[in-house]
Write a new protein. Structure first.
Ligand SMILES: Cc1ncc(C[n+]2csc(CCOP(=O)(O)OP(=O)(O)O)c2C)c(N)n1
Ligand SMILES: Cc1ncc(C[n+]2csc(CCOP(=O)(O)OP(=O)(O)O)c2C)c(N)n1
Ligand SMILES: [Mg+2]
Ligand SMILES: [Mg+2]
Lengths: 350, 330, 330, 350
């Protein structure tokens, strides 16, 4: 594939079939599936809860993009440092973070991952290596470079992961960060989830070419381009790149091509936004479903059955219901957190 | 004779855009969300359809380059309006505003003026959190060369935008999503000269001077009405123009009332409320003050998300009333 | 017993870097000019040779990414010092400082703290002009979550840098090239707790309180000496820490003197001098003020180049003396 | 040449010979020579004056880089809008601006191009299309895009020129500007003067590859790469690109490879700054002298004689001396300009 163009990865009528799992360990694939189903159902639950007015703040849902975080996270450790953005539920959950902690945070509860000060757009789970997601686009990209530099200065083989979107690359911060990481030989994996949209703006309205690999090439950062809706392809590419990064080879770049089923924010589908988001277009992207394509492959390989799938769905919805109900019952944060969290030591005020 | 027309704050801004685009071919608008302005409420609806996508331009997500392009287009004779749907996003664009736009006229001896208007929206609440809630007017007011306006009324929402675009200098026009439902009947547009606009008295009183800007002025007016019911006559002054800042009207009012309360939607330390208090304190005889001046501002903390914390975080009209009564107590 | 050692402001900063790099393996320094520090005078000489280019890192010209990298490295457990040879260059880096570093602890419920120190140098004069002369301390002081220090003395140049790097919060350490020749004898380093440091009285007097920060404190001290010769006893208070701001010491002084003059190297409108005046005005009984408070600041204009205009532009000790005498006159 | 690498243009032992002027009009070439000699001698004069303490502020000299601005400006009009940076004496003078106005500005006089408020780093000559130079790196690049957009919106075929250096491309502003100009189809010629240095930092310390064309390619902006010390090569490439821009084809990008003979600022040579700036290295770059190579070509073609050259030098030094002496005698700016120049209308203050 050319570094300028996504080729038929950009054509939603392609890549609808079961993914290729030849030679892969079924157990690993099934754990991928469990994670992807959990992420999807959790976000679908959030869509409904937001629509029903149970959630006070905006939720940016990544349904359709689950394979990317799941494929990448498989090669990560708790000692790595992962940074996300506004659409990071999957990045967090793929690391095995607590569903209840996420829900409680989104509901603004004291038991939330960010103690009610962050909501859906500001997530943190340090112990699992999730170092933070924030809504300012590209805001965490330079931070990921610094966290990678820290891992290098400490003499570890840990690395940093920076998740961002095809819109974020329009911010100068991303370009400065690619060059800086390259010159510092910082252990960073840049993961761009190219879903062709930045809020209402389709990529052709924002950039002359659709491949993000252009920027990796310009900054001499080795990269791979994959079908982001093929968890095996994502996993294999990420594993290769992460191994190189851990070996001290410097930063690497992964472009994963995908599509979000919901609109930019909340539960609507935004099929009204002009370029390339018609009902039909969305339908053909839905047919490139990362969950269905993995399930089909596992079923075809006779390592996964309809009843197993039914159980998975049932178990998952039960887990979601429990986590949600607990979060709904949880206490609100105390007013003091408002000033206590500003500095490590609360400032004296006269 | 001029028939008045009914607007709210949002449609008044829209009316200003329509007037400017229809009247001045040098005017164009560029920024995020302009081809699907969900961010900007009803304040820019259909502009691209009416005036064309070449004059109403949605952009890549590049606040710095887009803002700088507005500065350059102005130098080349246009009257651009750059739109930032959230003032928070402008942290990326500060060089274009502060190092370039604000200093350009001065650096070249007053021979070239980038008459660009930058519309930045304060868009808080709704559990959006620290990066989507800021009000940075004090920052911009600290930058010589940059005119800063904050409309608090429906008429100013329209007329200060027109004045900003026509004044020839770089202007920060800062509006507030929490004001969009304000309603009023307006006369047809008359073009104001921004250089001669300044703070204005919106309600006259004799006991206490309450100063605000933008949404804080709305709080001040609501407090003023409540105070009236308790026998306290408050005078409300709307800042309107924060830079260059002309405190005359406020000083005159405080000389009358002997009490000053400043309401500000920004954080406290080094905020604009402090500037107002200082500008008065250094110009009035201390003994005329019945009580020390006071301010109601955000606490010195970033914005939280949880609704229960948002309730504690944002000042209300009740807070203004309470503080006013403290100043009234002997 | 502790032998004192002779330093100037520049070598005192160098001593702090050397102490930190030698004592704390988590400390590293990154910024422009570190491999040939002509920008930073004698304040970083040979650091790269002593501690290695892996811990003293010169960078591409990318203020935003470099500053953000400092924030990220701090989150990952390091104690980075990011160096900006001119504070003016930081207009590109504001997002990393304001949206990320300052808010990080709060956004995540106080569970993660980016303890990054950002050293920014005020580097004015020499006909460098508007983009190479700014002092933006009032901006940073307006941002909750960001500690802001401005050393005015040789000891603070050293000790506040050490305290900043060790405090665990993001800190703006703002030093001034016009102070590098100050000299003093210092005891060995003792680590201060930044959270408990604040404004300090450098000269006690009874007639007037003169407040400054950084280079303005030097002007205040020179003025204080000159005033002494004219029978005026001035008390000088050095702000040192502008955010979070603790005005107690200033209030106590003004309660004694009844006169307040604030000297500030920033522009006037919405500057820090206004904050000092407001913080005092709202906490003292107005009638104790012998005269209204006053400020000596830059005019509200960008910096010129021509030497004749620079002479008019920058406040001098004479200006402080003159304004003090005005406040002393009946 | 590859878009990743400068090839032997980066080798200072190459391209020392007379440039190729076959088929070029001698008159045009001689006017190039006159301009280049004027720029060089003017800057050499400034170096001495700065060393002697006659100039109060920093001067960033472009001696060795004269061919670029001269080659580009030939295709420009007064109605175009040109933006520069800290090292812009050549950009200004190549447009035919007043030597006296430049000198007076550098001396801080009221008669200076910026009325004494700008000095060497803030130059302006609107009537000749020089819209401004400022020292914040990349600061004017987005402005040039906007000025180009203005030309397009006004329906003219004017264009904007943005001069910047190989260091400025490390600022995100340049990348945002390339994409924005491309998406707006703004008539802008980006001219990067690649002299391998950003103050004390040689390019290999700042970037993984030495060709700036990487970024034009990544942003799909057509570009040319030339020997910046060959005024004919620069002129021909600029003429081609400018014609395309005027025709409405959108932005174009020109990389001109060169070297500065003086150090980053003022009169010193900075042969002490570590990588690739030894006395020998500088000497071989001096041998790629744009003035000498043009002179040699003209002489070889027998359209330029030693005595003509001697006259040119004599006339130029006379012109420089006159302009300088006048500037030295000129009045200082009045203190009022300090506040009068802040706004179009001076703000009332109480
Ligand atoms: C600096 C900044 N500018 C604008 C926005 C508004 N905004 C939020 S998300 C978004 C689009 C992001 O697109 P992309 O990076 O592709 O991520 P995706 O939403 O597709 O996951 C925009 C424009 C923002 N949050 N931050
Ligand atoms: C934003 C900013 N950062 C840093 C500087 C300091 N500085 C001035 S010129 C320069 C190097 C510029 O290199 P380049 O762009 O290649 O231009 P050249 O000096 O080679 O002509 C630097 C780092 C600056 N002026 N502006
Ligand atoms: Mg996207
Ligand atoms: Mg260079």
């Amino acid at each position: 594939m050319s570094w300028r163009d996504l080729g038929d990865l950009a054509d939603p009528s392609k890549y609808h079939d079961a993914i290729d799992i030849r030679g892969k360990d079924p157990a690993g694939l099934i754990s991928h599936l469990r994670k992807m189903v959990l992420i999807r159902m959790a976000e679908q639950h959030l869509a409904v809860a937001r629509k029903d007015g149970l959630i006070g703040g905006p939720v940016h849902l990544g349904v359709g993009q689950e394979a990317i975080a799941v494929g990448v996270s498989e090669s990560l450790r708790n000692s790595d440092t992962v940074f996300g953005a506004h659409r990071s539920h999957s990045h967090l959950l793929a690391l095995g973070s607590s569903l209840h902690g996420l829900f409680a945070e989104i509901l603004g509860k004291d038991t939330g991952l960010s103690r009610g000060l962050g909501g859906s757009m500001h997530l943190w789970d340090g112990p699992r290596g999730f170092y933070g997601s924030v809504p300012i686009m590209a805001g965490t990209v330079p931070l990921a470079v610094g966290a990678g530099l820290a891992a290098k200065l400490k003499g570890t083989d840990n690395l940093s992961v920076s998740y961002f979107g095809d819109g974020a690359v329009e911010e100068g911060a991303v370009h400065e960060s690619l060059n800086l990481a390259r010159m510092l030989e910082a252990p960073v994996l840049f993961v761009v989830e190219n879903n062709f949209f930045a809020s209402h703006m389709e990529i052709s309205l924002r950039q002359p070419l659709n491949a993000m690999t252009r920027f990796a090439a310009a900054h001499d950062v080795p990269c791979e381009l994959v079908d982001g809706n093929d968890v095996v392809a994502v996993h294999d590419a990420a594993a290769r790149l992460i191994a190189q990064v851990r070996s001290g080879a410097g930063p690497r770049f992964l472009e994963a091509v995908t599509f979000r089923w919901y609109g930019h924010v909340d539960w609507r589908e935004d099929v009204d936004v002009g370029v390339n988001r018609s009902v039909e277009h969305l339908a053909s992207w839905r047919a490139r479903d990362p969950v269905a394509r993995l399930t089909a492959a596992l079923t075809a390989a006779a390592v996964w059955s309809a009843s197993q799938h039914a159980d998975l769905i049932a178990d998952t919805s039960r887990a979601i219901a429990e986590a949600w109900d607990q979060a709904m019952r949880d206490p609100w944060p105390h007013a003091d957190t408002l000033l206590d969290a500003v500095y490590t030591q609360r400032a004296e005020r006269s | 004779m001029n028939p008045t027309q009914h607007y709210n704050y949002g449609t008044a801004i829209l009316a200003a855009f329509e007037y400017l685009l229809a009247t001045y071919p040098e005017v164009f608008v560029m920024g995020q969300g302009l081809w699907s302005p969900w961010y900007v409420g009803n304040s820019m609806t259909e502009l691209d359809k009416k005036f064309g996508k070449h004059r109403v331009i949605d952009t890549p997500v590049s606040e710095l380059a887009v803002t700088g392009a507005g500065v350059g287009a102005a130098l080349a004779g246009m009257k651009p309006i750059i739109v930032h749907p959230r003032i928070d996003f402008m942290l990326y664009a500060m060089d274009a505003v502060v190092n370039q736009a604000a200093k350009w006229s001065h650096m070249f001896g007053g021979q070239a003026h980038p008459g660009v208007t930058i519309r930045a929206i304060i868009n808080r609440g709704g559990e959006q959190g620290a990066q989507h809630s800021q009000a940075l007017h004090a920052w911009f007011a600290h930058i010589p060369g940059l005119r800063v306006v904050m409309p608090a009324t429906v008429s100013d929402a329209r007329d200060l935008l027109v004045a900003a675009v026509l004044c020839g200098d770089p202007v920060m026009y800062i509006d507030d999503r929490w004001l969009y439902e304000l309603e009023d009947d307006l006369d047809p547009i008359t073009e104001l000269t921004l250089a001669t606009e300044g703070p204005r008295c919106l309600a006259s009183g004799s006991d206490i001077t309450i100063v605000g800007a933008g949404y804080s002025t709305k709080l001040a007016i609501e407090a003023c009405q409540a105070l009236g019911g308790q026998g306290v006559s408050a005078e409300v002054i709307d800042l309107r123009v924060l830079n260059p800042f002309e405190p005359k009207a406020i000083i005159a009012s405080v000389q009358k009332t002997g009490r000053l309360l400043v309401v500000d939607g920004g954080t406290r330390n080094a905020g604009f409320a402090g500037e107002v208090i200082a500008s008065v304190a250094e110009r009035v005889v201390p003994s005329i003050m019945q009580k020390p001046p006071s301010r109601v501002t955000l606490p010195d903390a970033p914005a939280p998300t949880s609704r229960v914390l948002e309730r504690v975080y944002y000042p209300t009209a009740d807070d203004v009333v309470r503080e006013s009564l403290t100043l009234m107590s002997r």
